[in-house]
Design a protein around this ligand. Structure first.
Ligand code: ADP
Ligand code: FBP
Ligand code: MG
Length: 475
């Protein structure tokens, strides 16, 4: 086979590895279709060309506008194989790339946008609100932009607040959400009635996995009523438990903040005799913050996440491991995700059934429980030796801060991408980065996808090789 690659080059070697006459083949690609208002509003026509054409800061040239043929592949890592043989992944999925479209389906002068924030706090929420307001105003000339107060319930219980760039100009400096947030209060009929009554035709919903499940229902109801309203979700999840997207804004800030707690726990533990520093980090069902904070800190001796079980007593248990560490180093740092070990903590039936207003299971404090178990163990096995456990729970300190620079940039990209998609008539979608490229993903796919830590891939092995902690598999 003729080749342009020098003998011995990597490409040549790769080619030689396979049968000369058989080209490499990739699995077929399926494009995830994105809902568009025109699907159920047959008479809908574009409102005109994108106003960016006339924006003094943009010079749209060839390739500036994104078309529906521009896609982002879900998996960029795959295994090449000779034609005919299955490769990994067996099926490629592509999402439509985010960005400005040539034509828009909303007349900016009649556009009325609503922005709502739901669920727990996450660094960057205010930046996303700010960028939505500024982006709608500056990029598209929209002048009717409203904030919904205190989450989903705000649609039907409080008057919307009119927003302008002047009002939000410094919101990116502030933690939390100036609009307010809440759990629960999801009354579909009341929410969609209120959206209609207020005359909103664009709805931007910022929230986590629960919020996205609610957004799907709003989108479906809007569709059922055949309303000319674009609905979009912007994932906010400090826990990083929303699937398909790489990560949410706020996640990196949270990992960075967690370093401070781990550092303090390490200092306390090192300064004590047989000192244990114990840190509980956020993560209801996923251990992403805990894992990333462990890997970046390098001071952690044991990392406990909801995706793996652990046990305290006996061979291969946590106590045996810590005993060894204290003997070797005189101190140890344990970092535990809030959702880890929940099945080990004794609880009453009432505690078993407790749910928050959104229906999420209420966890018992694994940190406080571990601290108490550690003390009981030491007193039992080493009654005459000094021992200290310093327990730090930085949860609200971590999520109440403003976003760091990286997350702030993400907030701008995600907000502008959401605006471009909605202005182009897309609806029922979420914006987020996939392998670093912002894409539009059907809301329903995001609402169903979970993002657990895989304990079968190299990252978890990396954690275990850094900490040398046991695998907690009972022999
Ligand atoms: N399955 C669902 N259907 C409709 N609304 C939901 C659903 N799950 C949660 N919600 C609503 O979404 C909002 C935020 O949910 P929550 O779980 O508290 O936070 P997050 O969105 O951050 O996960 C709440 O108002 C809640 O009532
Ligand atoms: O005390 P609150 O406000 O109910 O929030 C606690 C929860 O909020 C979070 O920080 C974020 O969770 P959500 O994404 O569901 O809002 C979790 O880590 C934590 O379990
Ligand atoms: Mg959630």
């Amino acid at each position: 086979m003729a080749t342009d690659h020098p003998a011995g080059s990597a490409t040549q070697q790769l080619n030689d590895h396979f049968d000369d006459h058989q080209p490499f083949s990739l699995s077929p690609i399926t494009l995830q279709k994105l809902p568009h208002l025109s699907e159920y509003l047959q008479d809908l026509q574009p409102a005109g060309p994108n106003p960016l054409d006339r924006n003094p800061f943009f010079y749209p040239s060839d390739g500036f506008y994104i078309t529906s043929s521009d896609v982002v592949l879900r998996h960029t890592v795959c295994r090449l194989s000779p034609s005919g043989a299955p490769d990994y992944p067996f099926h490629h999925v592509a999402y439509i790339r985010a960005g400005p479209r040539k034509n828009i389906f909303f007349d900016p002068s009649t556009t009325r946008a609503a922005i709502v924030t739901c669920g727990g706090l996450c660094p960057g929420m205010n930046t996303v609100i700010r960028e939505l307001v500024v982006g709608l105003w500056d990029l598209y000339g929209v002048r009717q932009i409203f904030g919904i107060k205190a989450g989903y319930r705000g649609f039907y219980s409080t008057p919307p607040v009119e927003l302008s760039p002047k009002m939000v100009h410094n919101w990116h400096m502030r933690g939390g959400t100036v609009l307010g947030t809440s759990r629960g209060g999801f009354d579909l009929k009341k929410i969609v009635d209120a959206i209609q009554n207020h005359g909103f035709n664009q709805v931007y919903i910022i929230g986590g996995d629960g919020t996205m499940r609610g957004a799907v229902k709003i989108f479906e109801e809007v569709q059922r009523r055949k309303l000319r309203i674009g609905v979009t979700g912007i994932p906010k999840t400090v826990d990083n438990d929303v699937g398909i997207i790489d990560r949410s804004f706020g996640f990196q800030t949270a990992v960075e903040m967690a370093q401070q707690a781990i550092h303090a726990a390490h200092v306390e533990a090192e300064s004590a005799v047989n000192g244990i520093g114990l840190v509980k980090l956020m993560g209801r069902s996923t251990g992403h913050i805990t894992l990333h904070a462990t890997l970046s800190s390098r001071d952690v001796d044991c990392c406990l996440i909801p995706e793996t079980e652990f046990y305290l007593e006996g061979k291969g248990g946590l106590f045996e491991f810590l005993e060894q560490r204290l003997k070797e180093r005189g101190h140890a740092v344990v970092v535990v995700a809030e959702g880890a070990g929940q099945d080990l903590i004794p609880r009453t039936k009432a505690q078993e059934e407790e749910r928050d207003e959104s229906g999420n299971r209420v966890f018992l404090d694994v940190g406080a429980w571990l601290k108490s178990e550690l003390k009981k163990w030491w007193d039992r096995d080493h009654p005459n030796e000094l021992f200290t456990v310093k327990y730090i729970d930085p949860t609200y300190m971590i999520r109440a801060v403003p976003a760091n620079a990286t997350d702030n940039l993400y907030c701008t990209l995600v907000a502008h991408s959401a605006i471009h998609g909605v202005m182009a008539g897309h609806t029922g979608f979420v914006t987020g980065p996939i392998n670093g490229n912002h894409a539009y993903i059907p809301l329903i796919d995001v609402a169903q996808a979970k993002n657990a830590v895989s304990t079968k891939d190299h990252k978890w092995e990396w954690v275990r090789s850094v900490t040398n902690q046991p695998d907690f598999v009972k022999s």
